[in-house]
Design a protein. Structure first.
Length: 404
């Protein structure tokens, strides 16, 4: 079982995670991991926090001489901004009770922010300070998730499985580029020159203008990102139980990302208004040089049938609501007296859709790595790779290619 847990607050000393279940003897590059962390901080519309932080992963266990040991991998990311918050976010209380009460009264948030976890979280845990909720619910937590996901990306890459992600829409402006007609290499090459991680350069210009205009009026924007995975083995996930279906697992992983409200597999939303004959992907023999002896000319299913990968490209989309912290403020209730007021504002992004594309890729990588290890097992990476290669050989033997 591949799993991870995270800990830490947005303005606390550091973010930490333990990633458990990665096989031994997997070569890992810290540069590759830190590249994903830098990409997460990129994009236009981010807050000034990104100028303070320079996220770099610190590995404290589970990797030795560049190879995984099979043990839990301990990860940390330092919060540089903690130096500005060390009194507010101190782990231990000030021994002087009078000083502590004064400090607490100054630092407590005076109102709930609509769209955030503030109100429900305070009631759930019976806090008397909204900051206890804000700090842990913050999307800053996704930095350490990307660190875990980057190691999973390394595992998938080493098995010949490639992932990419890109922004498909922002604030109602939609990219006109269909990634299904592009190879993985073409997608990654195009994204290198994009400031918003969007494949459509002309569309991106309009997105940037919208972000700037929205910033001026003190509002925020959401959008949609698409994650693709190429060359997956057939049969990841299962139809045998509800909690083993890969589409369900992907939906849970992506919906767990802060501000994501919708997850779509393939053309699921559009397909709901179409007929079956125009939606379902017809099967054909594959006469080209390929890992698989069969193919489809369409991929409306997004690479998943019956809760399992079907050999086609995995396509999953995550839709993000506009960030709820906005400078113009929304009507809300004060705390603790519950009077009507305007929402408290703390530094935030205008739009974090570019960041979402990296986080969504990381969470997809984690879920696919889970499915790989569930199907093929392997305490040692080389054994795992052999099992995956043997699986592709088995699938190809189902059809005698000489007769095609």
């Amino acid at each position: 079982m591949l799993r991870f847990l995270t800990a830490g607050e947005s303005h606390g000393p550091k973010l930490t995670a333990i990633l458990d279940g990665i096989p031994a003897n997997l070569p890992v590059s810290l540069d590759d991991i830190n590249l994903e962390l830098r990409l997460r901080q990129g994009g236009i519309g981010r807050s000034s926090r990104q100028k303070i932080e320079s996220d770099q992963l610190i590995v404290v266990g589970g990797i030795r001489h560049g190879l995984t040991t099979g043990g839990p991998i301990g990860l940390e990311i330092i919060n540089n901004d903690y130096q500005n918050w060390h009194k507010i976010m101190s782990v231990w209380s000030d021994e002087n009770s009078a000083n502590r009460e004064i400090q607490d009264s100054i630092n407590k948030l005076a109102s709930f922010r609509p769209g955030h976890a503030d109100l429900a979280g305070l009631i759930k845990f019976k806090h008397n300070d909204i900051r206890n909720v804000l700090e842990r619910a913050s999307a800053r937590e996704t930095a350490i998730r990307v660190g875990c996901g980057a190691i999973c990306l390394t595992l998938l890459n080493a098995l010949g499985i490639k992932l990419a992600s890109h922004v498909t829409s922002l604030g109602g402006i939609e990219s006109s580029i269909d990634a299904s007609g592009l190879s993985w290499q073409q997608i990654t090459d195009r994204l290198k020159s994009s400031s918003l991680y969007c494949l459509d350069q002309e569309c991106e210009l309009h997105m940037v203008d919208l972000i700037k205009a929205t910033h001026k009026i003190g509002d925020s924007l959401g959008g949609c990102v698409e994650v693709i995975a190429c060359d997956l083995p057939v049969g990841l996930g299962s139809y045998t139980q509800w909690d083993k279906r890969l589409d369900g697992l992907l939906a849970q992983s992506l919906m767990s990302i802060q501000a994501v409200k919708v997850v779509e597999i393939g053309n699921g939303i559009k397909a709901s208004s179409m007929t079956g004959s125009s939606v379902h992907d017809a099967l054909y023999l594959n006469k080209e040089n390929s890992k698989l002896p069969f193919k489809t000319n369409t991929n409306n299913s997004g690479g998943i049938d019956g809760g399992m990968t079907n050999g086609q490209r995995l396509v999953v989309r995550a839709f993000m609501k506009p960030i709820p912290t906005i400078t113009k403020g929304l009507p809300t209730l004060s705390y603790p007296d519950f009077n009507e007021t305007k929402a408290f504002y703390e530094r935030s992004d205008v739009c974090a859709i570019s960041s979402l594309s990296i986080i969504a890729k990381a969470m997809t990588a984690f879920t696919l790595a889970q499915a790989i290890l569930d199907k093929f097992g392997g305490d040692d990476f080389n054994d795992l790779k052999l099992s995956v290669d043997n699986h592709f050989d088995y699938v190809n033997k189902l059809v005698n290619k000489k007769s095609i």
